[in-house]
Write a new protein. Structure first.
Length: 86
């Protein structure tokens, strides 16, 4: 289950390259803060489901039923953000 490190890589690159572009107030409850909290919550729930199912086969079946959208989004996010200038 190497999905969690993928999520960590995306979080780090997003914090490095996107936060300076969108964060203006430094507040947790700014629009950017709310977007990051919600997106983190949804993606973490998607990734944690594998650990809750306690079986790799069940985890893959769960992800397959969601069309692996969390994995695809993480790869696309990482590819796009890695091309942005700091």
């Amino acid at each position: 289950f190497l999905s969690v490190p993928l999520l960590t890589f995306c979080e780090r690159i997003g914090r490095k390259k996107l936060t300076p572009r969108f964060e203006t107030t430094g507040s947790k409850w700014s629009p950017w803060g709310i977007v990051t909290m919600l997106s983190t919550s949804f993606v973490v729930e998607y990734m944690v489901a594998a650990f809750q199912l306690l079986s790799f086969d069940w985890a893959v079946a769960n992800w397959k039923s969601h069309l692996f959208f969390g994995h695809v989004l993480c790869f696309v996010f990482y590819a796009v953000c890695s091309q942005l200038k700091t």
